[in-house]
Write a protein that binds this ligand. Structure first.
Ligand SMILES: C[S@@+](CC[C@H](N)C(=O)[O-])C[C@H]1O[C@@H](n2cnc3c(N)ncnc32)[C@H](O)[C@@H]1O
Length: 215
Protein backbone atom coordinates (compact mmCIF):
# COMPACT_ATOMS: atom_id res chain seq x y z
CA UNK A 1 0.00 0.00 0.00
CA UNK A 2 1.16 3.53 -0.79
CA UNK A 3 2.72 5.40 2.10
CA UNK A 4 0.77 8.57 2.90
CA UNK A 5 2.16 11.94 3.92
CA UNK A 6 0.80 11.46 7.45
CA UNK A 7 2.40 8.00 7.74
CA UNK A 8 5.78 9.27 6.55
CA UNK A 9 5.57 12.03 9.15
CA UNK A 10 4.84 9.54 11.94
CA UNK A 11 7.79 7.41 10.82
CA UNK A 12 10.13 10.39 10.66
CA UNK A 13 9.13 11.46 14.16
CA UNK A 14 9.67 7.91 15.39
CA UNK A 15 13.22 7.77 14.08
CA UNK A 16 14.13 11.39 14.90
CA UNK A 17 17.02 12.22 17.22
CA UNK A 18 15.74 13.28 20.69
CA UNK A 19 17.36 16.66 20.11
CA UNK A 20 15.04 17.25 17.11
CA UNK A 21 11.81 15.91 18.61
CA UNK A 22 9.11 16.77 17.86
CA UNK A 23 10.18 17.59 14.33
CA UNK A 24 9.14 21.13 13.30
CA UNK A 25 5.80 21.00 11.49
CA UNK A 26 7.20 22.91 8.50
CA UNK A 27 9.50 19.98 7.76
CA UNK A 28 6.52 17.79 6.90
CA UNK A 29 5.81 19.18 3.38
CA UNK A 30 9.56 19.32 2.76
CA UNK A 31 10.16 15.62 3.38
CA UNK A 32 6.93 14.73 1.62
CA UNK A 33 8.08 16.63 -1.48
CA UNK A 34 11.40 14.77 -1.30
CA UNK A 35 9.58 11.45 -0.95
CA UNK A 36 7.32 12.13 -3.94
CA UNK A 37 10.16 13.32 -6.14
CA UNK A 38 12.37 10.36 -5.24
CA UNK A 39 9.51 8.01 -5.96
CA UNK A 40 8.96 9.59 -9.37
CA UNK A 41 12.63 9.56 -10.35
CA UNK A 42 13.09 6.03 -8.98
CA UNK A 43 16.89 6.04 -8.68
CA UNK A 44 18.59 2.71 -7.99
CA UNK A 45 21.83 4.25 -6.71
CA UNK A 46 21.70 7.41 -4.62
CA UNK A 47 24.53 9.48 -3.17
CA UNK A 48 23.75 12.10 -0.55
CA UNK A 49 26.17 14.87 0.42
CA UNK A 50 25.19 16.15 3.89
CA UNK A 51 23.42 13.43 5.86
CA UNK A 52 23.22 14.94 9.35
CA UNK A 53 20.83 12.71 11.39
CA UNK A 54 19.66 10.75 8.34
CA UNK A 55 16.11 12.03 7.74
CA UNK A 56 16.46 12.74 4.02
CA UNK A 57 18.34 9.47 3.51
CA UNK A 58 15.56 7.63 5.34
CA UNK A 59 12.93 9.43 3.23
CA UNK A 60 14.58 8.62 -0.10
CA UNK A 61 15.06 4.98 0.82
CA UNK A 62 11.45 4.80 1.98
CA UNK A 63 10.42 6.14 -1.44
CA UNK A 64 12.77 3.80 -3.31
CA UNK A 65 13.00 0.55 -1.36
CA UNK A 66 15.11 -1.07 -4.08
CA UNK A 67 17.74 1.67 -3.99
CA UNK A 68 21.17 1.72 -2.39
CA UNK A 69 22.40 4.91 -0.79
CA UNK A 70 25.86 6.20 -0.05
CA UNK A 71 25.89 9.10 2.40
CA UNK A 72 28.80 11.52 2.64
CA UNK A 73 28.89 13.43 5.93
CA UNK A 74 31.75 15.53 7.21
CA UNK A 75 30.48 15.60 10.82
CA UNK A 76 31.80 19.13 10.97
CA UNK A 77 31.93 21.38 13.97
CA UNK A 78 29.18 23.96 13.55
CA UNK A 79 31.12 26.51 15.58
CA UNK A 80 33.90 26.57 13.01
CA UNK A 81 32.38 25.48 9.71
CA UNK A 82 29.45 26.68 7.67
CA UNK A 83 27.45 23.52 8.06
CA UNK A 84 23.93 24.99 8.25
CA UNK A 85 22.22 22.56 10.54
CA UNK A 86 25.37 20.66 11.30
CA UNK A 87 25.97 19.48 14.84
CA UNK A 88 28.79 17.11 15.59
CA UNK A 89 27.78 13.55 16.30
CA UNK A 90 24.35 13.66 14.63
CA UNK A 91 25.70 11.35 11.93
CA UNK A 92 25.93 8.56 14.52
CA UNK A 93 22.16 8.76 14.73
CA UNK A 94 21.95 8.38 10.94
CA UNK A 95 24.16 5.29 11.13
CA UNK A 96 21.85 3.90 13.81
CA UNK A 97 18.51 4.52 12.09
CA UNK A 98 19.78 3.39 8.68
CA UNK A 99 21.33 0.21 10.06
CA UNK A 100 19.87 -2.78 8.25
CA UNK A 101 18.90 -0.74 5.19
CA UNK A 102 20.85 -0.50 1.96
CA UNK A 103 22.71 2.58 3.15
CA UNK A 104 26.35 3.19 3.85
CA UNK A 105 27.61 6.36 5.49
CA UNK A 106 31.11 7.66 4.95
CA UNK A 107 32.31 10.22 7.47
CA UNK A 108 34.40 12.40 5.22
CA UNK A 109 34.48 15.97 4.00
CA UNK A 110 33.10 16.03 0.44
CA UNK A 111 35.91 18.40 -0.54
CA UNK A 112 38.44 15.67 0.21
CA UNK A 113 36.79 13.32 -2.29
CA UNK A 114 38.11 13.22 -5.85
CA UNK A 115 35.11 11.42 -7.38
CA UNK A 116 31.78 9.97 -6.36
CA UNK A 117 30.64 6.55 -7.56
CA UNK A 118 28.50 6.59 -10.70
CA UNK A 119 24.88 6.76 -9.62
CA UNK A 120 21.36 7.82 -10.68
CA UNK A 121 20.80 10.67 -8.25
CA UNK A 122 22.97 12.85 -6.02
CA UNK A 123 21.24 14.83 -3.30
CA UNK A 124 23.33 17.89 -2.42
CA UNK A 125 22.72 19.27 1.08
CA UNK A 126 26.20 19.67 2.55
CA UNK A 127 28.40 22.76 2.34
CA UNK A 128 26.13 25.77 1.78
CA UNK A 129 28.84 28.30 1.00
CA UNK A 130 28.93 29.40 -2.64
CA UNK A 131 32.35 27.92 -3.32
CA UNK A 132 31.65 24.75 -1.34
CA UNK A 133 28.29 24.13 -2.98
CA UNK A 134 29.75 24.73 -6.45
CA UNK A 135 32.50 22.20 -5.70
CA UNK A 136 29.84 19.69 -4.60
CA UNK A 137 27.83 20.35 -7.77
CA UNK A 138 30.88 19.59 -9.91
CA UNK A 139 31.51 16.40 -7.97
CA UNK A 140 27.86 15.39 -8.20
CA UNK A 141 27.33 16.14 -11.89
CA UNK A 142 30.44 14.14 -12.80
CA UNK A 143 28.80 11.09 -11.21
CA UNK A 144 25.10 11.36 -11.97
CA UNK A 145 22.73 12.59 -14.69
CA UNK A 146 20.44 13.96 -11.99
CA UNK A 147 21.38 16.16 -9.07
CA UNK A 148 18.88 17.46 -6.54
CA UNK A 149 20.03 20.58 -4.70
CA UNK A 150 18.42 21.65 -1.45
CA UNK A 151 18.15 25.26 -0.20
CA UNK A 152 17.87 26.83 -3.63
CA UNK A 153 15.43 29.39 -2.21
CA UNK A 154 16.50 29.65 1.38
CA UNK A 155 20.24 30.24 0.96
CA UNK A 156 21.51 32.89 -1.46
CA UNK A 157 24.96 31.33 -1.80
CA UNK A 158 23.43 28.00 -2.86
CA UNK A 159 21.31 29.74 -5.51
CA UNK A 160 24.36 31.62 -6.76
CA UNK A 161 26.35 28.37 -6.96
CA UNK A 162 23.56 26.76 -9.01
CA UNK A 163 23.46 29.71 -11.38
CA UNK A 164 27.23 29.73 -11.76
CA UNK A 165 27.16 26.01 -12.52
CA UNK A 166 24.42 26.42 -15.15
CA UNK A 167 26.24 29.29 -16.89
CA UNK A 168 29.27 27.04 -17.42
CA UNK A 169 27.35 23.85 -18.20
CA UNK A 170 24.93 24.29 -21.06
CA UNK A 171 24.17 20.56 -21.23
CA UNK A 172 22.29 20.74 -17.93
CA UNK A 173 18.75 21.97 -17.41
CA UNK A 174 17.23 23.11 -14.16
CA UNK A 175 13.74 22.54 -12.77
CA UNK A 176 12.48 24.16 -9.63
CA UNK A 177 10.63 21.84 -7.26
CA UNK A 178 8.44 23.40 -4.58
CA UNK A 179 8.86 21.95 -1.10
CA UNK A 180 7.21 24.73 0.95
CA UNK A 181 10.40 25.37 2.90
CA UNK A 182 13.78 25.59 1.21
CA UNK A 183 13.13 25.04 -2.49
CA UNK A 184 14.74 22.22 -4.46
CA UNK A 185 16.50 22.62 -7.77
CA UNK A 186 16.70 19.49 -9.87
CA UNK A 187 19.59 19.55 -12.34
CA UNK A 188 19.23 17.10 -15.21
CA UNK A 189 21.74 16.37 -17.94
CA UNK A 190 20.00 17.12 -21.24
CA UNK A 191 19.68 13.59 -22.56
CA UNK A 192 17.96 12.56 -19.30
CA UNK A 193 15.51 15.46 -19.24
CA UNK A 194 12.16 14.13 -18.15
CA UNK A 195 8.76 15.23 -19.28
CA UNK A 196 6.94 13.22 -16.63
CA UNK A 197 8.02 15.38 -13.71
CA UNK A 198 4.79 17.36 -13.78
CA UNK A 199 5.07 19.43 -10.65
CA UNK A 200 8.09 21.41 -11.79
CA UNK A 201 8.27 24.87 -13.20
CA UNK A 202 10.33 25.19 -16.38
CA UNK A 203 12.22 28.11 -14.87
CA UNK A 204 12.95 28.53 -11.18
CA UNK A 205 10.60 31.19 -9.85
CA UNK A 206 13.15 33.30 -8.05
CA UNK A 207 10.62 36.00 -7.15
CA UNK A 208 8.37 33.52 -5.44
CA UNK A 209 11.38 32.08 -3.61
CA UNK A 210 12.63 35.44 -2.48
CA UNK A 211 9.20 36.60 -1.39
CA UNK A 212 8.74 33.51 0.72
CA UNK A 213 12.19 33.87 2.17
CA UNK A 214 11.43 37.42 3.25
CA UNK A 215 8.34 36.35 5.21
C1 LIG B 1 21.38 20.64 6.47
S1 LIG B 1 22.33 19.32 7.09
C2 LIG B 1 21.75 17.94 6.12
C3 LIG B 1 20.35 17.51 6.47
C4 LIG B 1 19.95 16.21 5.84
N1 LIG B 1 20.14 16.21 4.39
C5 LIG B 1 18.47 15.92 6.13
O1 LIG B 1 17.58 16.57 5.54
O2 LIG B 1 18.19 15.06 6.95
C6 LIG B 1 23.89 19.63 6.37
C7 LIG B 1 24.93 18.59 6.73
O3 LIG B 1 26.01 18.70 5.81
C8 LIG B 1 27.21 18.44 6.49
N2 LIG B 1 28.30 19.04 5.71
C9 LIG B 1 28.57 20.37 5.55
N3 LIG B 1 29.64 20.52 4.75
C10 LIG B 1 30.03 19.27 4.38
C11 LIG B 1 31.06 18.76 3.55
N4 LIG B 1 31.93 19.57 2.92
N5 LIG B 1 31.19 17.42 3.40
C12 LIG B 1 30.32 16.57 4.01
N6 LIG B 1 29.32 16.99 4.80
C13 LIG B 1 29.18 18.32 4.99
C14 LIG B 1 27.01 19.06 7.88
O4 LIG B 1 27.89 18.47 8.82
C15 LIG B 1 25.53 18.76 8.12
O5 LIG B 1 25.38 17.55 8.83
Amino acid sequence: MELTRAQLWVELNDIAHPHDRPLPAEWQPYYWALFQLARRLAPRRIVEIGVRAGYSAFTMLRACPEARLLGIEGDLDERRENTHGGRRGMVQHAVKILHGSAAQILIVNSHDIRALPICDLVYVDGDHTGEGCLADLRLATAASPRVLVDDYCSIDSVREACRAFLVDNAAWRADFVENSLTGFLLLTRDEYAVSHVESMAAEPDIHQCCERKAI
